[in-house]
Design a protein around this ligand. Structure first.
Ligand SMILES: Cc1cc2nc3c(=O)[nH]c(=O)nc-3n(C[C@H](O)[C@H](O)[C@H](O)COP(=O)(O)OP(=O)(O)OC[C@H]3O[C@@H](n4cnc5c(N)ncnc54)[C@H](O)[C@@H]3O)c2cc1C
Length: 414
């Protein structure tokens, strides 16, 4: 069979890993200019591999397969270097959070670190490109895909027996084009996570960081919205994330270089009902409004000013890890809907009961931090056109995206 894979990220890697020794002819179309190019895949940043039934995606992926895929990624470091831990295995921590109204999320994690991921991706590419049935095409953006009889036409690159679209969330433009042509593939499109990146000194959360490194909790806020922590980075760094037409914040941490601060996202899940059908537009417009106020930079505010809706003009004890050229001191309240702001404040105030110091006046709040969900796509619509990984709307993490590709590869082999 002649197979096209569009995008070379975690999902594509899971798929290829499963089918690499079959007699299928595989063509990978990746828009980045080469394997060294920094834009290849979300797996370039941070590389925290989670093993959990409670987060990472809406697929049923067994713990055994998740662990097997973690071993695969670790092996590709070449040196087996990683940090590891478990969230909420310690029952005392679990109970403390639970009693204060939080839902602790159970997971094991393995942290490879941003600084190692380049090497990992390169090692994987080296192996695959040495196989005679796998052909890489870089600088090959795909802008159009269509069903052509019993084949799939991929741009002008030719006809294929099957095509696997694995473009992640950054490939939303291609997904939009496909949806316009085949609207029946959309199952759901109503959700977006809007929030802030919170930064505070390591010592406030050091026990928690030592105990579980990644603490993930959910909390039903007084507004009715579900609020959660996401992507905790002990001794980490806040970084800008460029979406092309707007800039958001994100966080990461490195294996070797450490900062004095911990950062994590606090996200409010906004799920609206009919006639709303454009969560990406909603989130993008909030991000653009923030950027407009910040002169195309992100807004940084102290927690007390965020809470009291006052513009921050000076910082006090906590030094931001985000380079000053990327932020402006301001007031996030001018850009965010009230219900989202109130949900975040309620979350922080409650968290302060479990971790005193979280609600300190001079802790830092950055915005916008927005996590988009892809539309949930129906993989049963077409036999020979499938969507794997984050672009399918079914996954949100490296391990779940890899597993999605791997399971799809298993289906092909059957
Ligand atoms: C900053 C950041 C940090 C993250 N940190 C973590 C983490 O620590 N742990 C974790 O589990 N998850 C993390 N994630 C999420 C994780 O990266 C994704 O869930 C995962 O990579 C999804 O895999 P994927 O294969 O679906 O997409 P990706 O890995 O994003 O790969 C998609 C590929 O498709 C290519 N592409 C896009 N459009 C086209 C097109 N039109 N034509 C050709 N090629 C195209 C892209 O260049 C890219 O290489 C992070 C994401 C980001 C953005």
């Amino acid at each position: 069979m002649k197979i096209a894979i569009v995008g070379f990220g975690a999902a594509a890697i899971g798929f290829i890993e499963k089918v690499k020794h079959s007699d299928n002819e595989i063509h990978v179309f990746e828009r980045s200019k080469d394997i060294y190019s920094s834009s290849i895949s979300g797996i370039r940043a941070d590389g925290k591999l989670f093993v959990s039934k409670e987060m990472g995606g809406d697929l049923d992926v067994s713990i055994e397969l998740q662990k097997k895929l973690v071993d695969f990624w670790i092996e590709k470091t070449g040196n087996g270097d990683y940090e590891t831990g478990s969230s909420f295995k310690n029952i005392d921590y679990y109970k403390t959070f639970y009693h204060k109204g939080f839902q602790p999320i159970l997971s094991d994690f393995y942290h490879l670190g941003t600084d190692q991921l380049k090497e990992v991706l390169f090692n994987i590419y080296n192996e695959y490109s040495s196989l005679s049935n796998i052909h890489f095409h870089f600088k090959a953006p795909v802008n159009e895909i269509e069903i052509a009889g019993d084949k799939i036409k991929v741009e002008d690159y030719g006809l294929f027996d099957k095509a696997f679209v694995a473009v992640g969330r950054s490939g939303h433009k291609l997904i939009k084009v496909i949806i316009k042509k085949y609207p029946e593939i959309v199952l759901d499109s109503t959700k977006v996570d809007i929030g802030v990146r919170f930064e505070l000194p390591n010592h406030i959360v050091e026990d928690l960081n030592r105990e579980m490194y990644e603490f993930k909790v959910k909390h039903k806020s007084k507004t009715g919205y579900m609020v959660r922590t996401f992507c905790n980075n002990p001794s980490g760094y806040v970084v800008p994330e460029n979406y092309g037409d707007f800039i958001t914040v994100n966080g990461h941490s490195k294996i070797k270089q450490k900062s004095k601060n911990t950062n994590f996202a606090i996200l409010t899940t906004v799920q609206l009902t009919e006639p709303f059908n454009d969560p990406i537009g909603y989130g993008s417009n909030i991000a653009k409004l923030s950027n407009m106020l910040g002169g195309n930079r992100v807004i940084l505010q102290t927690y007390s000013h965020f809470k009291n809706s006052k513009r921050t003009k000076n910082l006090y004890r906590v030094e931001p890890t985000l380079d000053s050229k990327y932020f402006i001191l301001g007031d996030i309240n001018l850009a965010y809907p009230r219900r989202i702001i109130e949900s975040i404040i309620d979350f922080v105030e409650n968290l302060d009961h479990v971790i005193p110091g979280v609600a300190n006046a001079d802790n830092l709040v950055y915005a916008p931090e927005i996590k988009f969900y892809s539309n949930l796509l129906n993989n049963q619509t077409f036999d020979n056109l499938k969507f794997i990984g984050d672009c399918s709307g079914s996954t949100r993490s490296i391990i779940y995206a890899t597993a999605h590709g791997y399971l799809m590869g298993e289906e092909i082999l059957e």
